[in-house]
Design a protein around this ligand. Sequence first.
Ligand SMILES: [Zn+2]
Length: 405
Amino acid sequence: MNRLVERFLRYVKIDTQSDPDSTTFPSTLKQLDLSKMLVEELKGMGLDAFLDKDGYVYSKLPSNIKKDVPSIGFIAHVDTSFDAPGQGVNPRIIKNYQGEHIQLDETYHMEPKQYPSLKKVIGEDIIVTDGKTLLGADDKAGVAEIMEMVERLVEDPSIEHGDIYICFTPDEEIGKGADRFNYEWFKADFAYTADGSEVGGIEYENFNAASAKVKFTGKSIHPGASKNKMINALHLQMKFHQMLPTFMNPAFTEGYEGFNHLTEVKGHVEEATAKYIIRNHDMSIFNGQKEKFIQIAKYMNDSYGYECVSVELNDSYYNMYEVIKDHMYVIDYAVAATKKSGLTPKFEAIRGGTDGARLTFGGLICPNLGTGAYHFHGRLEFASIQQMEKAVEVFTNIVKEVTLK
Ligand SMILES: [Zn+2]
C-alpha cells in the first residue's frame, strides 16, 4: 500500500476527539496520542520536532539552498469533531468508485444523487467509514499530506526549498486551535492550513462574525388590572425581531449573503433576552447589520420612553481577506502550484470561521487548501486517495513556486 494511505489509516485509527465542554487545554489528552506519534515520525525523518506544553507539534525542515527565499508554513489540526463518534474508526477502501450506492452499515448509506460530492470522486479509490464513526479525514488528511510532503522533500534533496515550518494544532474543532499558537517560534513568512475539502480548493475569505445579546425590560402587572400599564418583555422581543430584515434569516442565504441568526430566546413578562449571531463577508455590510440592532433598540426606547431594550455586541472574528487582500502573492503561489498540478483552482468563500483567519489576524497570513476529503463531521465522511496524492503534489509545488522567486 502507498505510504500516504498507510499514514492516513494509521492516524485515523487514533481517537483524537476534542471536547467543547472541557476546561483544560488541550481539551482532551487523547489528542496527544497522535501528536506524540507525529513528533516521533518527524524525528525519524531527521527533523527537529517537539510537542509543547499546550499540545502543539512544531517542526522545521531547514532550507537546503543558499538563496534567500520566503519561509513557508504548513498547518493542520489533529483533533476530530465531537459531532459523531470518533473511537474505533474502521475505514474501508472502495477501489475505482463508479458512482454506485454505498452501504456503510445497516443504517448509513450514501449515493451520488443525494450526496453530489460523490460525483467528484468517480473513477477514484475512496476511503469510507463503517458507518459507526466519523472518518477523521478532517483533518488527518491534511496531517498525512503535510507529513508525506515533508518526507518526500527529505528523501529528494534535488527539490530546492527554503525553511519550512510545520505545526499540528489541537482543538480546532472547538474553535481554540489558534489560541496558544506560538508565533515566536513559528517564523514562517506566511502559511497554509491544509483543512479544506476538494483538492484544488483555495479559501481565503470567511465571515466577519459578531454576537448580539439583546435584553428586554418589561413592566409586569396583574393581567386583570393591566390596561394601559403592562409592557410585556416577550412582546418587546417579538417586536424587535420583526424589525430585523426578513431575508437576513440564514435560511434565505448562501454564497456571499450574510445573516442575523436568532439562536436563543429566554424570558418572562418582566425580562427577556434574545441572542443572535451576525455574519457577513463584507465588512461594511457587517457593520451595517450591527448598526441596525442599535437603531432598532433606539427606536423602541424612544417610542416607549424608557430603556426597554439594550444591545450588547461582541465581535468574534473577522474575514481574513481584510488582511490577505494586501498580500495576494500568498494566493498566487497556491494558484500557480494548483495549476502546475494539473488542477483548476476553486475559490469558495467560507461561510463560517477558520483557524486560518485567527492566525492571519494574529500576524501569520494563512489561507486554507483542499485536502481531497468530504462530508466532514459525520459518518458519511470520505476521502479520495488520488485527491490526497494531488494535495501532496500541490503543497510540494507551492514549495517549488516560492523557491523560484
Ligand atoms: Zn478541519
